[in-house]
Design a protein around this ligand. Structure first.
Ligand SMILES: Nc1nc2c(ncn2[C@@H]2O[C@H](COP(=O)(O)OP(=O)(O)OP(=O)(O)O)[C@@H](O)[C@H]2O)c(=O)[nH]1
Length: 963
């Protein structure tokens, strides 16, 4: 028919393979049977148009990488189907072939077409392998020498490819089904179908076949390696797997390059195809010989289609198609296809693909891998997994040791531990190293979620108001001053605002804003600091002008100094007649606070809280001082701050005042705080107004906690609720472990043990004595002990009972509390225990100084430890003739023992230390009286007992001091 054109002709015209063209025709719904069929001009036009479109989207590069070896590569594939397909055809060098001419590199299609004709004699790479290898092998050097096996290289490449090509038809162009994918190959395909590069079409008659084909010789290994490194591989969609027609292999025509060496065939293993092979009615299948069946079928895989589909999604698999010169014969076996592929796990993943020719050893290895499924496992490292702390017994278990061995090591490190005690990570690391183990911290590390690793950029920082705490002695006017400042400024700037007590508030002055912490007193200040919360920028020290510097004034100064917070002195009550501000200046100078007038840098302001005198000046001074501090924060990030106050509100649940220190807090933000987490449900400012956002130095009352936070707790906004929950639960776990570990802070005994070599150690002490004179004497004696290596630093010293404030100061400063003739009350003792603060008691200065010196020189002599038994309060006193004074007591804590030693405390000060002369209940002598019971007590050789005194019973236990 004049208006008809044969497929073969059209394919040559278009420069594509017959098979590919057939595929295109099928896509265009043009019915054809084979390449000898004809189509109408109209249909041909459709094909041409389609090809044009395709060409536009495909950029094929060709270059000759070696004489006679052309590399074709699809640079970019626009169509989804084509994505990741990089087809390269490696043409076997023609050099070896007398009847072939070497192929020059071709860049354009037209040229390619011509090229194809010229090189048709060469074996076009096998669809399954060669195209891929070629694709990947753009930079690969495929040597044409007969000994080498480029296909082997191809096989390597294929393995690295994410996709798997399923074309497996021996006599066909591998991608004939998918016109697009085979496009490139078809270009180099011989026009003669018989010469088609069938992966398995290997003709034994050409033993020195090009390596581009299915090489199987061992010599291919090196080549493979070279190519595999660079060569991307063609990938094809699984849909192309099933050939629709059978194109019987032609016996190797004169131009067909032999793909593999015949002797390699016995090692081929085959993998069953998921789809049965359906021969196409074209060509003669008679070429198949039974010899193929003789090929060992070491196919390790018998995967089902479904299994393979699964793999496609998850594990990526490569199918290796081994081809041999017996490929044709193989097809006589209905299962030939199955025999040809073997699955191998693909590193890159992707679709199934096949490749040919692998070395025997590789196959054997793969088979083995498939059978074993895994690679040999590396010897596990000797690791101990622990969270924050680990119990000695658990650690021993992990190392397969007896706990005693660990305890021994710990002992040699100066730590007395028991089997049930927990040790921290540092200690565990030391112990583990002794046994050749490593410590691995497991569990949740919150730092990544709560810490900003990036430092704030300078341009992100904005000035923030100073945060001020007012401190001073009792009755010197702290509350009055706070109220005065607030009221004055409330009426000034925020008329109508209803004052809310949220523990902090901010005041607007003409010079700027100041945030006040409404928690006067150093207890709150130090309690927060002990928790690591340094929220205060400045301290206003209130000193009554008529009273001067008093005990708590000194404490306040020491607390502020310990926290390194600048002090502005407010000399209050200057309205009083006997006010003497100069005296205050003088007294404070003795404590190191030198007024500017005296050449120092401490700001003093005379005020009267009662009469509202000097308040503006005071605030101005505060702001001046703040300016020096150059307080800045980045308001543009997630908020971080500390809890100032927390309480349980009847209607709103747990609420807390958060002082934002950096970033901005918004409604809806998710946060963690102490052991709890939550979401900001609502925010109120200090005027009780609902706000949506709060920036740095801004105090807000936050609603939405899932537990009651504590003042001083850090408040951090995190990314989401999941993280918040995780952190909170990790903290709760940690807290439990900490309680178990019960690691004490600093003790005199452990002081030197923790000292690193060459480091000057500072021994911080808080000294409390019965009288002021002793405080000075003790301090002086101890300060004299300072050496180059160990320096004694008195954080605070004063007269009076050991108070909660002393303990908190010691906790915050890692100090030891020295009680000289003073004792703590039971409650203070409890706090000291919970804060792990050591309190040591002395009544002879000589002993005290010796102990400290011994501790400092590492020669602590055996010590007598006191074991506290209990306390009883004197409710009544009776004078009994001949016996003396007898006290009617109620045991408030622990118990009193008849033979115990006792001391009599009056307002925390030791009045007498001695023994009981009698212990009775209802006129009966008893050996002990427990908490909650009343008793009559007589003290040996002491009668000056008064109502309100406390009798403390204790035992003395002799202990050898260890360092
Ligand atoms: N004359 C005079 N009296 C003042 C002044 N400031 C406070 N007062 C009085 O001093 C007494 C104690 O004042 P507070 O403000 O309660 O003192 P404080 O330091 O807060 O006392 P505590 O809360 O007990 O620590 C009150 O009676 C006040 O009226 C002042 O500037 N002048």
């Amino acid at each position: 028919m004049a208006n008809k054109i044969r497929i073969m002709d059209l394919s040559s015209e278009l420069g594509i393979g017959n098979k590919e063209l057939l595929q295109i025709l099928r896509e265009l719904d043009i019915p054809v049977k084979s390449h000898v069929s004809s189509i109408t001009d109209e249909e041909a036009a459709q094909v041409r148009e389609k090809m044009q479109r395709k060409d536009a989207s495909v950029d094929v590069q060709q270059r000759e990488i070696q004489p006679g070896v052309i590399l074709r590569r699809r640079k970019k594939v626009a169509k989804a189907e084509e994505v990741e397909q990089k087809d390269v055809v490696v043409d076997a060098s023609v050099a070896d072939q007398p009847d072939e001419t070497s192929t020059p590199p071709v860049q354009e299609k037209a040229k390619a077409k011509q090229e194809r004709r010229v090189t048709s004699a060469r074996i076009v790479s096998q669809p399954q392998s060669a195209p891929k290898s070629a694709a990947g092998g753009e930079d690969a050097h495929v040597a044409p020498s007969s000994d080498e096996q480029p296909l082997g290289a191809a096989a390597e490449l294929v393995e690295d490819q994410p996709e798997v090509q399923f074309e497996d038809q021996p006599g066909e162009q591998p991608k004939s089904e998918s016109g697009e994918s085979s496009e490139d190959q078809s270009e180099v395909q011989p026009e003669d179908q018989s010469a088609e590069r069938l992966p398995k079409t290997t003709s034994a008659d050409e033993p020195d076949a090009t390596q581009a084909e299915v090489g199987d010789s061992t010599g291919a290994e090196s080549e493979k390696a070279a190519v595999s490194e660079t060569a991307p591989v063609t990938e094809e969609k699984p849909k192309k797997r099933k050939p629709k027609r059978k194109e019987p292999l032609m016996q190797t025509g004169p131009q067909v390059r032999i793909i593999s060496k015949p002797e390699a065939k016995p090692d081929f293993s085959y993998k069953p195809e998921s789809k049965p092979y359906t021969p196409t009615p074209v060509q003669t299948p008679g070429s198949e010989t039974p010899a193929r069946a003789a090929v060992p079928k070491a196919a390790p895989s018998t995967e089902s289609t479904q299994e393979r589909k699964k793999k496609k999604k998850g594990k990526r698999t490569v199918e290796i198609v081994q081809t041999s010169p017996f490929a044709e014969q193989d097809r006589s076996d209905p299962n030939w296809k199955k025999k040809k592929t073997s699955p191998v796990q693909d590193r890159t993943g992707g679709k199934f693909r096949t490749k040919r020719s692998r070395s025997k050893s590789r196959d054997a290895h793969d088979d083995q891998m498939l059978q074993t499924g895994t690679q040999p496992i590396k010897a596990a490292k000797r690791k101990i997994r622990m969270e924050e702390a680990i119990r000695v017994s658990d650690m021993a278990k992990q190392m397969g040791l007896k706990a005693q061995e660990i305890i021994k090591i710990l002992f040699s490190m100066g730590m007395m531990t028991t089997i049930n005690q927990s040790i921290d990570q540092d200690t565990a690391t030391l112990v583990a190293t002794e046994f050749g183990y490593e410590v691995e911290q497991v569990g949740f590390l919150e730092e990544g979620f709560t810490q900003t690793l990036e430092e704030d950029k300078l341009e992100d920082l904005a000035p923030r108001p100073p945060v001020v705490t007012i401190m001073g002695h009792v009755d010197h006017g702290k509350t009055s001053l706070l109220d005065a400042i607030r009221e004055t400024n409330v009426t000034k700037g925020e008329a109508g605002g209803i004052t809310q007590h949220i523990g902090a508030y901010h005041v607007e002055t003409s010079r700027g804003i100041i945030t006040f912490l409404d928690t006067p007193g150093h207890e709150a200040f130090t309690a927060m600091r002990a928790r690591g919360a340094q929220v205060t920028d400045l301290v206003i020290l209130v000193v009554a002008a008529d009273d001067g510097v008093m005990e708590q004034t000194k404490e306040a100064v020491n607390h502020a100094k310990a926290a390194n917070v600048p002090i502005v002195v407010a000399v209050n009550k200057i309205d009083k007649e006997d006010a003497n501000p100069d005296r205050v200046i003088r007294e404070l100078s003795e404590m190191g606070l030198l007024a500017e007038a005296w050449g120092g840098d401490t700001i003093f302001a005379n005020v009267s809280a009662k009469q509202r005198i000097g308040l503006d000046e005071l605030l101005e001074m505060v702001l001046l001082q703040a300016e020096v501090l150059d307080l800045k924060a980045n308001p543009g990030k997630r908020a971080r701050g500390h809890i100032v106050e927390a309480r349980l509100d009847k209607g709103r649940g747990p609420v807390a005042t958060v002082l934002i220190q950096e970033g901005s807090l918004h409604e809806g933000d998710v946060f963690v705080c102490g052991l709890y987490q939550g979401k900001v449900r609502a925010m109120l400012d200090d005027k009780g107004q609902k706000i949506k956002e709060a920036g740095p130095s801004y105090p807000v009352e936050v609603q939405g906690f899932d537990g009651l936070a504590e003042s001083g707790d850090e408040f951090v906004v995190v990314a989401d609720e999941k993280i918040a929950r995780r952190i909170a639960s990790a903290r709760q776990t940690k807290e439990r472990e900490k309680t178990l570990a019960k690691a004490s802070k600093v003790t005199l005994d452990s002081f030197l043990a923790s000292k690193a070599a060459g480091e000057t150690k500072v021994l911080n002490l808080v000294i409390k004595t019965d009288v002021q004179g002793s405080a000075e004497a003790v301090s002086e004696s101890l300060l004299k002990l300072s050496t180059d290596e160990v320096r004694v630093q008195i954080v605070h010293s004063g007269a009076g009972a050991i108070t909660e404030s002393d303990v908190m100061l010691a906790a915050a400063s890692s100090a030891i509390v020295i009680g000289f003739n003073v004792r703590p009350m039971a409650k203070v003792k409890e706090i000291a225990e919970s804060e792990s603060v050591e309190i040591r008691f002395y009544d002879i200065i000589y002993n005290l100084v010796n102990d400290i010196r011994d501790a400092m020189t590492g020669m602590l002599s055996p010590i007598i430890r006191e074991s506290y038994l209990g306390q009883a309060e004197v409710r009544q006193t009776f004078s009994v003739p001949k016996i003396g004074m007898v006290a009617g007591c109620a045991v408030m804590d622990g118990k009193l023992l008849r033979n115990a030693k006792i001391r009599l405390l009056r307002e925390g000060v030791v009045i007498y230390t001695g023994k009981l002369s009698s212990l009775r209940r209802f006129k009966e002598d008893v050996k002990e009286v427990s908490k909650g019971f009343e008793c009559g007590v007589g003290l040996a050789n002491f009668n000056d007992i008064k109502v309100g005194d406390v009798i403390e019973a204790f035992e003395e236990v002799s202990e050898k001091a260890t360092l």
